[in-house]
Design a protein around this ligand. Structure first.
Ligand SMILES: C[S@@+](CC[C@H](N)C(=O)[O-])C[C@H]1O[C@@H](n2cnc3c(N)ncnc32)[C@H](O)[C@@H]1O
Length: 289
């Protein structure tokens, strides 16, 4: 994977730095401290095929979107301003929505790992995996985890089709992912989450408040997000229901954000009662022996 190290800072990062009043020298030091080619090659799955919605678009005004090292370097400095009233507070909402004590956690579209790190800190005994399509975002995530002394696995993959085994996680999360994907992709990701969860496992989604975004179109244009208007027109609750999650609940979070939680229910089973056929929950059948 070619990384044009010489010009990237001037072409992409300098304008971002000026717009968002970011510590330019700090950003430059961080950018130059990493051998992006080697680090991203190490984390890359060379057989991975990028979906067209992802590789064909610019995100946040950066050419090549997340497949450009600049997106990874500038992501955290910009995101701190993009999540009022405060980034950690907003992310903490997702953690507070989790009702179980998970042992295996998968964070889809983990990006630079800000939520993934919080998950590992909240559930230190859990095995935590962060998965993302961008090897550069994963490089930053790995760096942050190492700095924090946290043991997290980073995986280059597509959240629509992770290739991970069925029923292998008891918590699947996604923060700030669905406003970046077309609604059909978000729904495919929820179906994949359902497949990956154990029965009774939880899914928790943090993202922009769809109701609010529908009323404030100008907000959807600020950050140059190609799919955010389609996201705003959709309904995560309905997508969760279509993916067969139950006990689905969305709460508004600090007006601008929303957190949706659901669980993977026990499977429906066909149970014979005398001559009648009834559809019952598996737990009833098991209780009857
Ligand atoms: C806005 S960032 C959010 C990152 C992180 N979850 C956070 O809360 O800061 C969206 C991330 O989703 C990733 N992404 C988009 N589509 C994806 C997909 N189909 N599978 C995995 N990652 C995806 C992008 O590469 C990017 O890192």
């Amino acid at each position: 994977m070619a990384v044009r190290k010489d010009t990237i800072f001037e072409r992409f990062l300098a304008p971002v730095v000026k717009t968002f009043l970011i510590d330019q020298e700090g950003l430059r030091r961080f950018y130059e401290s990493i051998d992006w080619q080697t680090a991203s090659d190490r984390l890359s799955d060379t057989g991975l095929i990028y979906p067209a919605y992802y590789s064909s678009q610019n995100f946040h005004g950066i050419e090549g979107g997340y497949l450009n090292v600049s997106a990874a370097v500038s992501y955290d400095p910009i995101t701190q301003y993009a999540l009022p009233p405060g980034e950690t507070l907003v992310r903490q909402g997702l953690l507070d929505a989790i009702q179980s004590k998970p042992r295996r956690i998968l964070d889809l579209g983990c990006g630079t790992g800000s939520t993934t790190l919080l998950l590992k800190q909240a559930f230190p005994h859990a095995e935590v995996i962060g998965l993302d399509l961008s090897p550069y975002m994963l490089v930053v995530a790995e760096h942050k985890a190492q700095q924090a002394g946290l043991n997290i696995q980073w995986r280059h993959g597509n959240a629509e089709q992770t290739g991970l085994p069925e029923a292998s996680f008891d918590l699947v999360t996604a923060s700030l992912l669905f406003h970046e994907t077309p609604p059909a992709v978000s729904q495919a990701i929820l179906q994949e989450s359902y497949r990956l969860l154990t029965v009774g496992g939880e899914v928790a989604i943090l993202d922009g408040n769809q109701k609010m975004l529908r009323q404030t179109e100008w907000l959807t244009q600020i950050f140059e997000e190609p799919y955010i208007q389609a996201y705003a027109g959709g309904n995560v609750d309905a997508w969760m229901g279509a993916a067969r999650f139950e006990a689905v609940h969305t709460q508004e979070w600090w007006w601008l954000h929303q957190i949706t939680r659901g669980i993977k229910p026990l499977p429906y089973q066909t149970v014979e009662f005398g001559s009648a056929t009834d559809v019952e929950r598996g737990d009833r059948q098991w209780a009857m022996g």
